[in-house]
Design a protein around this ligand. Sequence first.
Ligand code: UDP
Ligand code: MG
Length: 156
Amino acid sequence: MEQTLVILKPSCVERALIGEVINRIQKRGIIISAMKMMMLNMDILKEHYAHLVDKPFFPGLCESMMASPVVCMVLKGVDVVSVFRTMVGATNGRKAAPGTLRGDFCMSGQANIIHASDSPENALIEIARFFKPEEVFDYTPSSLSFLYADDEITNQ
Ligand code: UDP
Ligand code: MG
């Protein structure tokens, strides 16, 4: 089954929205395979946001990502990368659709409460960046047969 890397940013942690986000993840039927709180630093942010290092907002972005601890998670599900990106919504919270996490919980293009991997390939790279293999738990929840039809999870 596909995995994705999620970071609840300082704008989520400081605004006490961790529970709201986890509630939506679990209500959707997405499996949480790993979760931990950590403090980010410039080394990991330069890697994680390598596509943005030359942007004028990069220093401010890094400062905002180090303003408090973050919560990192690995989520699991069929097509979970695209399913969860749709739940997250557009990068700029002011443009994100109502019903999405950003569209319901933020007003900023930077303090937009959450990161989610944008492709299955990047998800694997990002999971390895933030988690040791033994921190990711590949258990099967007993509710699995009520989350999917059998033919949706074979070969996943
Ligand atoms: N960001 C920003 N200003 C911008 C674009 C992005 O501060 O004009 C920040 C924002 O926090 C965003 C992060 O950089 O979530 C990563 O940008 P990306 O384009 O990868 O957006 P995402 O994948 O998070 O939607
Ligand atoms: Mg991105």
